[in-house]
Design a protein around this ligand. Structure first.
Ligand code: 5AD
Ligand code: SF4
Length: 469
């Protein structure tokens, strides 16, 4: 057996790709380890979305030079978006790297690694073919006890937002065949996975090019998979979030009432320069419709602050949007120049100190809304899918046992709770079970409560989740 260490940087799609890398290399006798020192093959799965992520990848690759000196047989591979973007240049920059491969090369990875190993060659594969080459899934997946997993349903992006590298490094949109997706999720569900998050840069356009049916139709089919309890998806683009997809939230019992709908800015002027193809009013209309269909819908978003040319007035419109929507949670980033993306040539660059100041103002303002959306659940019973033990030390006031269970609500909020002898079945809690938890405390990043009912295996959860409308 050879040891494979993967360092995953970036988004959920990279988390999924790292699992695929593990699967692709299993037939070559590689098994994943979390001990870097023990590895025979180290792969860095990189992200190019912002300069910081790219720097993180290169600094890790830098550290591997020392490891390779101590362990000359070590193979070092660089995959993901930076690999796709930089290609050969990585070999020139980092002599310790043996292999550079883009996201689309994962199905060919076993052969690439063999070439490096047998011939001691340095290999680059960043071929950007159209469509999707499926990985042979016969090696199955390693059951590592995770009950919630990601499944990529489409790759690439055709939207060309002016700040973004994705269309350049992940190529044009291409969707996987629904039969392949369903087959993969069935295998996961049979192995004990209860929740899947379907991934794509823009899931709303799933299947459009290839005539594979709509995303709402795909969701309806996933909803029928036995054993699976929950479905999520990410990411949606507001410009083509269809009524059909919104209605799916009211129709499909396993589809969780949570949507991540990146808005990026509250200013129409900035949205236009970002090439987002929607206005603030259109965005607000989509939010209203989502809340009409599911009043308990949790809504999260992404913002970029300090986009070239963003004025104080533009930024205040963004702050105004926070007030209007009252998101459940927000991810905010300082604009980062990416040389392949058109915005890197735009005028009106904002200096770092100003970007930082705007970021802080935005996060500070949002903190109030995040906390109040969490507080609104106090007193409610929430259905929690138990994922494992909490990594957060219990607070003294909670009088907690050293090990608390941790999981998520349908709205994707983290809930920690103690084993409770007064709760029927409470002593039989384990990852993968749905537990009704009465929420007693709310913090900025999590909730805390007491279990009041536990799903009877293998039956479904029959709790009466209450919602903060
Ligand atoms: N600079 C800063 N943030 C970016 N994002 C994408 N490109 C950039 C960039 N050049 C953010 C967007 C996107 C999230 C995944 O990353 O908010 O939704
Ligand atoms: Fe990037 Fe825009 Fe595509 Fe999202 S929709 S991946 S931000 S180009």
């Amino acid at each position: 057996m050879h040891q494979l260490y993967i360092n995953t940087i970036g988004c959920q799609m990279n988390v999924y790709d790292s699992d695929q890398i593990e699967r692709a290399l299993a037939p070559n006798g590689f098994a994943r380890t979390d001990q870097l020192e023990e590895a025979d093959l180290v792969i860095v799965n990189t992200c190019a979305i912002r300069a910081k992520a790219e720097q993180k990848a290169f600094s890790f690759v830098g550290r591997l030079a020392q490891l390779k000196q101590r362990k000359p047989g070590l193979i070092v591979g660089v995959g993901g978006c930076v690999a796709q973007q930089e290609g050969e240049k990585i070999l020139a920059r980092a002599p310790q790297v043996d292999l550079v491969f883009g996201p689309k090369a994962i199905p060919r990875l076993a052969r690439l690694v063999e070439r490096v190993r047998a011939k001691r060659l340095r290999v680059v594969d960043i071929e950007d073919s159209d469509g999707i080459e499926e990985l042979d899934l016969s090696s199955g997946f390693r059951d590592d006890g995770q009950v919630a997993r990601f499944v990529t349903v489409m790759q690439g992006c055709d939207n060309f937002c002016t700040y973004c590298v994705v269309p350049y490094v992940r190529g044009r949109e291409a969707s996987r065949h629904p039969d392949k997706i369903l087959e993969e999720i069935r295998v996961l569900a049979d192995g004990g996975v209860r929740e899947v998050t379907l991934l794509g840069q823009n899931v709303n356009s799933y299947g459009r090019k290839e005539n594979l049916g709509t995303f709402a139709e795909l969701l309806a089919r996933v909803n029928r998979i036995d054993g699976l309890a929950r479905i999520r998806f990410t990411t949606s683009h507001p410009k083509d979030l269809s009524d059909g997809l919104i209605d799916a939230f009211g129709r499909l019992d396993k589809l969780c009432p949570h949507i991540h709908l990146p808005v990026q800015s509250g200013s129409d002027r900035v949205l236009k320069r970002m090439n987002r193809k929607y206005t603030r009013a259109v965005y607000l209309d989509r939010i209203a419709r989502l809340r009409h269909v599911r009043p308990d819908m949790a809504i999260t978003t992404d913002f970029i602050v300090g986009f070239p040319g963003e004025t104080e007035e533009d930024f205040e419109e963004t702050l105004g949007l926070l007030e209007t929507v009252k998101f459940d949670g927000v991810f905010a980033f300082m604009y980062s120049d990416r040389s392949v993306a058109p915005a890197s040539g735009f005028e009106g660059k904002i200096d770092e100190a100003q970007k930082k100041e705007r970021l802080q103002r935005l996060l500070q303002q949002q903190e109030v809304f995040t906390l109040s959306s969490n507080r609104a659940l106090i007193g409610c019973e929430q259905e929690v899918l138990v994922e494992g033990f909490s990594t957060r030390p219990g607070l003294a006031e909670e009088n907690v046992s050293p090990r608390q269970w941790s999981g998520r609500t349908p709205g994707n909020k983290i809930v920690n709770f103690n084993p409770d002898p007064d709760c029927a079945g409470g002593d039989a809690v384990h990852p993968g079970l749905l537990v009704g938890v009465r929420i007693e405390k709310a913090y900025s990043h999590s909730l805390w409560g007491r279990p009041v009912r536990v799903e009877e295996e293998p039956g479904g959860y029959k709790g009466d989740t209450c919602h903060a409308a």
